[in-house]
Design a protein around this ligand. Structure first.
Ligand code: NAP
Ligand code: MG
Length: 495
């Protein structure tokens, strides 16, 4: 851990990185059955942070067995909703007490600015646990009046069972919170696999889950690779449900793998979200929103506003403003207090973004600013604005997942909905206008799970999030997420 020597880190961060991290199975921290470990690196330098256990099929089997036992009998199976609620709240408090450690590990592991980890990722994770703690005591069925005479009928909502959760590297802690909190609120048990690039905060969370008093086996955390550990979860015959966030490509693999035992599947996948600026908008606010939409988290956001449509009259103004923001951004290691944009998560991701932009330039696009890696150590890419694109270019069609926006002028406001919807994705959209009718009408016409009007990337645990079309299946957060983790049982009594 040469990389962190001398840095101002909490003692818990230092201690956490000072030894190999293990797997959490049935309440114990254990090595992988194979004994293998893999390296976790700091994307700002490429240096190793620590080694973590490389869980695979055998470890997943053991974790599923533990999760099954905890689900079927013992303290968790018998626990009343208010006690589950208290445990979730306790966990949120422990995270809060260790917020600096979580933020540091997140930044070292993922690359994002420490100020962002502290202001966004960790507090939002805490809020999610607290919000779902409230739901634990409010999972009701309903009473039904049937046409059949002399009957008494009602529904029960029961936890779906053992849940496998596979999460990505862009918001490692927050994605763990989005997945774990509702599953635990309703009484499921979980096998969680964090992304290979960013397992650290999920592993620390595992420690606090034990500390909070969740019984052994309720949450099992298995670091490892997608093709082995992830695949073993998706195809496991004793997993009742799999929840996945990541690429659309892997989402389809998960869906196929899940068909063996027809496990329930929820998917939160990629996007190519339109951010539409009408000429009558507050253009200063729209420029800020366009920047947030694409540069937040280095553009590694599933709902990034990567297709920026601007009404022609305002095009030069908005692109000029956004160029100033992009050119002025301090691209630096996340631990640097002045960092405004950190590195991409990995060399693979840097290469992916570089290749897509190169292809775009070959196809005729112009990089108004950026358009290349920063160079030197770490996986830094320059904030980039592309113009002169055509609808069939790969930079328009494919998710770049980097700080790269395509700015596209439009002339006829009546045609913008067709352009916005011209994508296989449907995760999110932004609309900037002062005309409320136009704003709401456009929001209805766009096929996306979330539409932001005069804002972007606004999230709240009470607001459901998920995708139309190939952006996914199901909705996370809000009361809607409870559907993903419960089964409904009809009970009919003859009187
Ligand atoms: P990914 O492969 O979809 O990874 C997401 C998660 O799925 C990781 O935990 C991964 O494990 C696991 N996984 C991979 N292959 C699997 C399989 N066959 N069975 C079960 N689980 C599997 O994403 P990525 O390769 O890291 O990134 C590729 C692209 O995905 C990005 O460029 C971006 O376009 C998109 N992406 C989207 C989101 C989002 O929030 N929607 C997040 C991340 C990436 P490993 O860690 O071992 O890969
Ligand atoms: Mg890392």
């Amino acid at each position: 851990m040469a990389v962190v020597e001398g840095a101002e880190l909490t003692s818990r961060t230092k201690e956490f990185l000072s030894s190999n991290r293990k797997l959490l199975i049935n309440g114990d921290w254990v090595d992988a059955a194979s004994g293998k470990t893999f390296s976790v690196t700091d994307p700002a330098t490429g240096d190793e942070l620590c080694q973590v256990a490389e869980g695979a099929k055998e470890d997943i089997d053991r974790a599923v067995k533990a999760a099954r036992a905890a689900f079927e009998s013992g303290p968790w199976a018998e626990m009343t909703p208010n006690v589950r609620s208290k445990l979730l709240w306790k966990l949120s408090q422990l995270i809060e007490e260790n917020a600096d450690t979580f933020a540091e590990l997140e930044t070292l592991d993922n690359g994002k600015a420490l100020s962002i980890s502290k202001a966004v990722d960790i507090p939002a994770s805490i809020e999610n646990f607290q919000y779902m703690a409230g739901w634990a005591t409010k999972i009701d069925g309903r009473l039904m009046t049937l046409s059949m005479p002399n009957t008494h009928a009602y529904t029960l909502r029961e936890p779906v069972g053992v849940v496998g959760q596979i999460i990505p590297w862009n918001f490692p802690m927050l994605m763990a919170a989005w997945k774990l909190a509702p599953a635990l609120a309703v009484g499921c048990t979980v096998v969680l696999k964090p992304a290979e690039q960013t397992p650290l905060t999920a592993l620390l969370l595992g420690e606090l889950i034990t500390e909070a008093g969740f019984p052994p086996g309720v949450v099992n955390v298995i670091s490892g690779f997608g093709e082995t550990a992830g695949a073993a979860i998706a195809e496991h015959p004793d997993v009742d449900k799999v929840a996945f966030t990541g690429s659309t490509e892997v989402g389809k693999i998960i869906l196929r793998a899940a068909s063996g035992n027809l496990k329930k599947v929820s998917l939160e996948l990629g996007g190519k979200s339109p951010n539409v600026v009408f000429a009558d908008a507050n253009l200063e606010a729209a420029v800020g929103g366009a920047a947030t939409g694409i540069f937040f988290n280095q553009g590694q956001v599933c709902c990034a506003g990567s297709r920026l449509f601007i009404e022609k009259k305002a095009f030069d103004n908005v692109v000029g403003g956004l160029s100033d923001v992009a050119a002025g951004m301090n691209v630096a290691p996340g631990m640097d207090a002045a960092c405004e944009m950190g590195p991409l998560v990995s060399d693979v991701q840097l290469q992916r973004v570089t290749d897509l932009v190169e292809q775009g330039k070959k196809d005729g696009a112009t990089a108004v600013v950026g358009g290349e890696p920063v160079g030197g150590n770490g996986y830094f890419y320059k904030p980039t604005i592309l113009t002169d694109t055509k609808p069939d270019m790969s930079v328009i069609k494919e998710e770049i997942f980097g700080p790269v926006v395509t700015a596209i002028p439009f002339e006829d406001p009546n045609e913008i909905v067709a352009h916005a919807n011209d994508t296989e994705y449907g995760l999110a959209a932004g609309i900037w206008t002062r005309d409320i009718s136009k704003a709401h009408a456009t929001a209805r016409a766009i096929k996306a799970g979330t539409v932001w009007i005069n804002c972007y990337n606004a999230f709240d645990p009470h607001m459901p999030f998920g995708g139309y079309k190939q952006s996914g299946i199901g909705r996370e957060m809000g009361p809607e997420v409870l559907d993903l983790y419960t089964e409904v049982k009809s009970v009919c009594v003859a009187l």
